[in-house]
Design a binder for this molecule. Structure first.
Ligand SMILES: Cc1ncc(COP(=O)(O)O)c(C=O)c1O
Length: 472
């Protein structure tokens, strides 16, 4: 970004904060307050309708039934609801959300869960099978993410968590606690690009850490120079994404990790989206910025098994370069009347069946399964990206492979949110993003089914044409 452009960005940011402050004041004036309340009510009616569509047909259960209902009846009601919701994601109308979804794979995960449905890894003495599955999930993920090439002194290790957010929370808590224990750092801060996932904001809020969010470059990737400048003696770690949630681009991880390494602080790669795609993309010959433990300075990684690892929802892996770092994640209590208590992650009791199903997914996919799934997803990503690039009035943001963000572009720009609304009317469920205003689709195996990419592009062309006619 040039100095002029950076100044413009700063003005935009300042503009936003000035506008924000003015808005806060205006909200207090009776006229504005009433207008805002009326708009808010209108919006809430729409939101409620969308979030709770079953109100009249299935009146809410606000108390226990007097007598237990028959199991068949309960299951029939649940199947009825499931039937109404399944086709949208199964037929590939949804961005992200369900990443595999073939019915035979789904049945298999359900069977694996059922085998271990009563287990709880908090009681590892009762269910050592789950401890074994989780250790193997961590080992398989570490192996995929460069553990063997991590260099001298590395001993990559980790834990299974409930999802990307928990993996990120755990890593940030770990850095905070290490900095506190080893340097007495009681004013910790994290330096992250503003595109880093909201989970980092959550971690900062939960754990009393300052989050320094740094503007990204024109290519939507982290600005290494600006991030380096934001580091001070209280910085506990830097962050980069592989790829980012909003625009699907990979931050310059080697350069960012070098900054962290030189300052002897942590570097977290958020590979929640890409951890189970990028290793295979690299093997398939796609240009992939290095992002894993092969990069000196990368000290932790989050990778989501419940996204492109094709497990059921509820698992992710957080990895550390060495055991000493991981030890700051543990929670131990020795003086509690309830006995000696130890737990590795946020939850106490955990669903062992979910970890078992995750292990089963990884075993059933194998290297060749992940490679083939990635090949299909990246080919579909290319078709969708090129298709969007061919629509006048839209442009693809950055240089993405399979999470593709698009925005309006002059001279034929149209309101991209209205385009997204028109897509919703055609059944699509895309992600609306802002700063800048854009929309993205995260391509999954659902979109690799025959005809889905073409249907998406056809509907997008029609949605843009309709919006253009409206704006004319
Ligand atoms: C890059 C990235 N990081 C973190 C997360 C958070 O993951 P989860 O929703 O599983 O908590 C997501 C979710 O989409 C993500 O895309």
């Amino acid at each position: 970004m040039s100095i002029k452009e950076r100044a413009k960005q700063q003005l935009r940011d300042t503009g936003e904060s000035v506008a924000g402050a003015l808005f806060e004041r205006a909200k207090k004036l009776p006229f504005f307050r009433d207008r805002i309340a009326a708009e808010y009510d209108k919006m809430m009616v729409e939101l409620r309708k969308a979030a709770k569509p079953y109100g009249e047909e299935f009146p809410g259960c606000v108390a226990l039934p007097e007598h237990g209902r028959g199991r068949d009846e309960v299951l029939a009601q649940m199947r009825d609801l499931h039937e109404r919701e399944v086709s949208r994601w199964e037929e590939g109308y949804v961005s992200g959300a369900v990443y595999h979804g073939d019915s035979d794979h789904v049945r298999f995960l359900e069977q694996a869960y059922a085998v271990h449905s009563q287990t709880n890894p908090l009681h590892s003495d009762l269910w050592p099978s789950i401890t074994k599955y989780e250790a193997e999930i961590v080992a398989m993920t570490a192996d995929m993410l460069g553990a063997k090439e991590a260099g001298p002194g590395a001993e990559v290790c980790g834990t299974v968590s409930s999802g990307g957010t928990e993996s990120i929370l755990m890593a940030m808590k770990t850095y905070r606690d290490r900095a506190r224990a080893e340097q007495g750092n009681d004013k910790p801060n994290i330096v992250a690009p503003m595109t880093a996932h909201a989970a980092f904001d959550k971690a900062a809020q939960y754990f009393g850490i300052e989050l320094r969010k740094i503007a990204v470059g024109d290519d939507f990737r982290a600005d290494v120079g600006a991030m380096k400048k934001a580091v001070d003696r209280h910085t506990i770690c830097l962050v980069g994404s592989a790829p980012t949630f909003p625009h699907g681009v990979i931050d310059p991880i080697p350069e960012l990790a070098a900054v962290a390494f030189a300052r002897k602080i942590g570097f977290h790669t958020d590979a929640c989206l890409g951890g189970f795609v990028l290793p295979w993309a690299r093997e398939l010959g796609y240009p992939v910025t290095e992002f894993d433990f092969r990069v000196q300075g990368v000290t932790s990684i989050s990778a989501d098994t419940h996204k492109y690892g094709y497990a059921a929802k509820g698992t992710s892996v957080v990895l550390y370069r060495d055991k000493d770092l991981r030890s700051h994640q543990w929670f131990t209590l020795t003086n509690w009347p309830g006995g000696i208590y130890f737990s590795p992650t946020l939850a106490g009791s955990r669903p062992g069946g979910i970890s078992a199903a995750c292990w089963a997914a990884m075993q059933a996919m194998g290297r060749s399964g992940y490679l083939e799934a990635t090949r299909r997803i990246l080919e579909t990503g290319r078709v969708i990206r090129e298709g969007i690039e061919g629509i006048a009035g839209l442009k693809v943001l950055g240089d993405p492979l399979w999470v593709i963000g698009f925005a309006a572009v002059e001279p034929e720009a149209v309101d991209v949110y209205r385009v997204s609304d028109a897509m919703s009317e055609r059944g699509w469920n895309l992600n609306g993003l802002h700063r800048p205003s854009c929309v993205h689709i995260a391509v999954t195996l659902r979109h690799t089914q025959e005809g889905v990419a073409e249907r998406f592009l056809g509907d997008l062309r029609a949605a843009v044409a309709r919006q253009r006619a409206r704006e004319a």
